[in-house]
Design a protein around this ligand. Sequence first.
Ligand SMILES: *Cc1c(COP(=O)(O)O)cnc(C)c1O
Length: 369
Amino acid sequence: MTENPYILLTPGPLSTSPTVREAMLRDWCTWDDDYNLGIVTPIREGLVKLATSIAPEKYTCTLMQGSGTFSVESMIGSVLPQDGKLLVLANGAYGDRLVKITARLGIDHEVHDTGELAPPDLNRLEETLQNDAAISHVVVVHNETTTGMMNPLSEIAKVVKSHEKIFMVDSMSAFGGVPLDVAELDIDFIVSSANKCIQGVPGFGFVIGKINEMEKIKENARSLSMDLYDQWQGHENGNGKWRYTSPTHVTRAFFQAMKELDEEGGVLARYQRYTENQRRLVEGMKRLGFKCVLPGKHHSPIITGFFNPESDKYDFMRFYTQLKEKGFVIYPGKVTGIDSFRIGTIGHVFPEDIDRLIIAIKESMYWKE
Ligand SMILES: *Cc1c(COP(=O)(O)O)cnc(C)c1O
């Protein structure tokens, strides 16, 4: 077994367990039952159960090849009808990506951009939905991975659903690591990927959607290979079979990752571990004099932004390299205009790892010498 030279404190791909990586060490046939009935079907069913315990019979799961963005693009490009109009609530780089996808697909849209430091504006949302009857769908990022901001999903859902709009959520970096019931919030479509909180390796994403809404999206898709409806029908009619070659090893690793999520105690237990990771991180960083980009009330257990130290001697890449040599990979800031870096607290990472990280950071503060 190959040991990792460092742990990834990034928002995905992230550090995985040795047993998840080991699960990839054999080959599978994409049309055989061992793979489709033995692995793909339980994954699809398991993901629906993770998404909702109150109404799993109303939802279905479709897997899609590619990184998470491919699944987001598949969802938007397949769900929006030709005459649909999408309202995008954006407050970071991943919200901006939703806008880019929508524009590239030629879909009519409007954007509410509140900037990286503020959550979506609920009053403005209410007003827009009241005044613009053309808006048929609303999309938002759950945990905005740019800053680590946890957006107030249930408040947003209440407004969107009171106007009977279709509600789509990019929960890429939160799903499986933050408790949520899609049926309770009446979410129509939610998207995530293999290599975030479920702690698989990268290679596919998935869309969990209401069955009755999935039935309405036939022939909407603006792409052949990313046609969500077609892919769903492929799964449904082929015992889980994907259209076109699926990432078999990645899928098998994901099956193991789901088993390990269950063994850990499920989403709540994982959420508690991530929360403890992040609590120790913020506490330790503050002790060392670092300041958080966001106020504590907007923090998520997923990733946290810190301002770069104000010192002429400080250089992020030098700091980064020193930490990497000590066994930790952190993430550059993605916040435009804010001089910061980020540290993720998800993956096969435990509170003791964070304690070791804080020591390593203390030893790497060369600009203080
Ligand atoms: C990681 C992530 C994505 C997808 O990124 P990929 O690099 O395509 O896997 C999308 N949205 C959010 C919020 C993310 O955190």
